[in-house]
Design a protein around this ligand. Sequence first.
Ligand code: UDP
Length: 241
Amino acid sequence: MEFVSPEGLRLDGRRPMEMRQIRAEIGAVSRADGSAIFEMGNTKVVAAVYGPREVQNRSQQMSDQALIRCEYSMANFSTGDRKRKPKGDRRSTEISLVIRQTMEACIMTNLMPRSQIDIYVQVLQADGGTRSACINAATLALADAGIPMRDLVTSCSAGYLNSTPLLDLNYVEDSAGGPDVTVGILPKLDKVTLLQMDSKLPIDILENVVQLATEGCKAVANYIREILLENTKQLEYRRGV
Ligand code: UDP
């Protein structure tokens, strides 16, 4: 199948190095301590954060740092293609773990000993790249909850189809069987905190694809900073500062 036309356009009209439209909204779940919705094209996820709060299971309490828990799930209605268990399957367990480890890299857990932070991420609409969208939503929700972080961790994926590196794969591109590289970075600290790949990729191409995904992460970071700044301005405005 042709994923890049002779004119250099992808199936959804994007250029190879073009990301999907991103959109975010802070405070979507008013009961949570922090929450956000994050959209990457047709992929739409919501994140809700509770904590820092008392550790529910005392045997898991740590005297020198906070316990981070993360639960990823897909809403039953999030995909029309295949019927899925909303949570508890192997894929969800793996993605929950990946997201938790990624968020642990930026949360200053040492400042909140003997406490617990719960991060819930749910996919409302799935069209590829849900783990990246969930990481971006979780970052915003953690910032909204006022959780101290070293940096804003952001994520984006890139692939390689028709001998072309492609940024931010959608479901059709993702399911073509080519490589799908998901990267998570700490943009200010200039560090990679997540690097996952399925399928095969020629070694000499890997650097290009990782570089492309990293550029996507940086674009997301710029957008997230804008959203947080805008949110702070609105809070100040409401307080009449
Ligand atoms: N997908 C789906 N149902 C599932 C799992 C995945 O429809 O139960 C679709 C969904 O669009 C998802 C894509 O397949 O975004 C790719 O899934 P993958 O496991 O590669 O994770 P993702 O790219 O979402 O991080």
